[in-house]
Design a protein around this ligand. Sequence first.
Ligand code: NAG
Ligand code: NAG
Length: 466
Amino acid sequence: MVNISSTRRSPDCKVRFTWPCLIILLRFLAIGLALAAYVLFDNLRASTAQRDVIPSIEDEASGSSAAGRPSSSSQWHDYKSFPGLAKKAIEVACGGHMAASCDQCPQGNGASWCNGDCEWRGDACVRSSKLNHVHPDYFRIVQRYAFQPVINNNGEYVNVILVRSPFHDADDNDLYEFYKDDILFMGISSFESFPLNSPNPYSHSNKNEEEIYLNFPGFLHMMRDPDEHFPRHVKRILMSQSDFNLDVPERFGREHAYDEKIYDFVYSGGDQDVESDCVGWASYNKNFSFVREALEVMCSPEFNVTGVLVANKNKADTKACTIPDICHGKILQTTFLGQDEFFGYIAKARWVFLPQVCDASPRVSTQGLAMNKPLLMNRNIMGGWKYLIPGQTGEFFHDMSDFRDSLRRILDNTRGDKSPYKPLDLVKSNYGNEHSGKRLYDFVKEHWGDKIIFPVGTNALIPTGV
Ligand SMILES: *[C@@H]1O[C@H](CO)[C@@H](O)[C@H](O)[C@H]1NC(C)=O
Ligand SMILES: *[C@@H]1O[C@H](CO)[C@@H](O)[C@H](O)[C@H]1NC(C)=O
């Protein structure tokens, strides 16, 4: 209870010790006492029961970890920052604008200018209590591309960071080593074939780091054969980025369920290498060379397929990748699209085409399923194979040898009024933030429940963004 001013990160009070500040401090003391009593009581009550959600302990109660539980502030009391973290002034989001720190948010406008990472307490704009459960350097770390933050079901950050791609900055590995005892780092399949070396010849990923990634304490992966890659000590769960954040496509699909279907399929090229006629990093990842072969079959009179190749034209809309002549008039090539436009095409199509192999977390697959569209998917795909139940959520093909058969099946099943596929059912009963978030929370709680303090009310963990 004594070192309030040093653990409370309220710059206002540190800089100018004013009367309002003193009053706030007294209030904190009172809250702290109340919390300490609560924590003690709760600990007695919970001492026999299994510990699951650890109550949020406000910074004010920092002395009270005598109860046997680390409080968020005592845990990071004497923390040191990694030397490689940018020295520039830390910016906080005030909700609508940024400032160097929370006390700089209001600029004379009071509580209404104090949101985002900050909150109005007493008479001051201070670091939001929603951030009490993360290491003080958490937000400086997740500014780096490879590191992805995790929130709970209430949008509060938790002290878990997902490594979603090979290390990007030269000292990312040192940073990981520096913080790994204070923050739970786990890998997540998302980028290329991460954690495995990318077979993509255009990839810039460092091929010497696979060992490091495969030895993270935990991994959310998409492998068929995880035992062949991960050492036994690594805790794993079959889960990836594409399991989450499906509300938007699901809503879009519902709102556009009765749009006229004018295309058989949509293929998402990511951001194709149009200038080099779709040969390059993105085109390799989305297997465009196979698409060209497949189009010869698809556009033939036997199948007479119509479809959309997204991101198959340059941004200036002046150049498209070459496709077989017989496809002209049947296949639409678009520029890179924003999300709503992209969903708009899927809504007007009968199925989604996923010919790619080198893709550990094909977001488009679950977006399509959430919009109730079946998939025609390459069976060799690294991740996302788990979404495909033939006859139920789409069809697999292996290569050119069985492509015609699979294509025939999905065309016949989707061109009529009645479709046997139930893609949305799979998503609703297994994926999305509710299901996947709960599974991830249970996974973290089971293996690191003694290490992570979850905010009160946590029942799901969700990787933010895409
Ligand atoms: C192919 O489809 C177009 C409409 O997309 C139709 O006009 C044409 O008759 C079809 N051709 C064959 C051979 O079925
Ligand atoms: C594209 O798919 C074919 C058929 O499955 C496969 O043989 C080929 O290796 C794939 N190429 C790439 C670059 O993914």
